[in-house]
Design a protein around this ligand. Sequence first.
Ligand code: DQA
Length: 145
Amino acid sequence: MKKILVIHGPNLNLLGEREPGVYGTDTFDSINGEIMELALEKGLSCEIFQSNHEGEIIDKLHMARKEFDGVILNAGAYTHYSYAIRDAIAAIKIPVIEVHLSNIHARDEFRHTSVIAPVCVGQIAGFGKHSYFLAVEAMKRIVGE
Ligand code: DQA
């Protein structure tokens, strides 16, 4: 069974109560439950990790290169300026899919740039919690059986 890792970056633990007009009212736990359910349905083993700390996200990406077949990453605001997370993604050989609940290209100017996009397989943004589900579907196609 292929193993995927979902990483949620800073402030995503507050989903459900954080700016519901932008990110929706589904809670962090309920979205994770749906991700786990879909992954299982697709025959993927799935672990979910959240951190508000850049270094912890980097450590997890390093660890993932030996233990997982692919990573789905919502790096939150780090997306827009963390060269360290970008370098960590570039350093590992497993595919990383970038995810955002909101359409970052339709929001504040500073969110239009993703410094991680060039080293990710692709970016899925703007579909709310469904961005994660689409990423699970995409990852299934990439990692296979
Ligand atoms: C986000 C978009 C980022 O700009 C923001 O900083 C987040 C969430 C999203 O999922 O839409 O924390 O990554």
